[in-house]
Design a protein. Structure first.
Length: 114
């Protein structure tokens, strides 16, 4: 079992930055697949970014060059640095970990005003 707790969401203006954190209840050293997903009102949940235990990353085209995912195994935490935020980035952001099963956090709201 892995419990995930997201934090760092909030209300910002377009062009500003936020950093999301996802704290895991156990060591993430052996969790190869961790990532961030988001769900806007009336839309399906979509991939934002993923990172492997080796540090390989993958980003949605819509966030490439603006968002950066990273992981700190010593702190059991995955981060999502979001720069140059746009109104279309408004969504609930969820952390996901895959370790035999898929685990999700409860989500954190990000709202970007124009």
């Amino acid at each position: 079992q892995v419990q995930l707790v997201e934090s760092g969401g909030g209300l910002v203006q377009a062009g500003e930055s936020l950093r999301l954190s996802c704290a895991a209840s156990r060591s993430i050293f052996s969790i190869n697949d961790m990532g961030w997903y988001r769900q806007a009102p009336g839309k399906q949940r979509e991939l934002v970014a993923t990172i492997t235990s080796g540090g390989s990353t993958n980003y949605a085209d819509s966030v490439k060059g603006r968002f950066t995912i990273s992981r700190d195994s010593a702190k059991n935490t995955v981060y999502l640095q979001m720069n140059s935020l746009k109104p279309e980035d408004t969504a609930v952001y969820y952390c996901r970990a895959v370790k035999n099963l898929i685990f999700w956090g409860q989500g954190t709201q990000v709202t970007v005003s124009s």
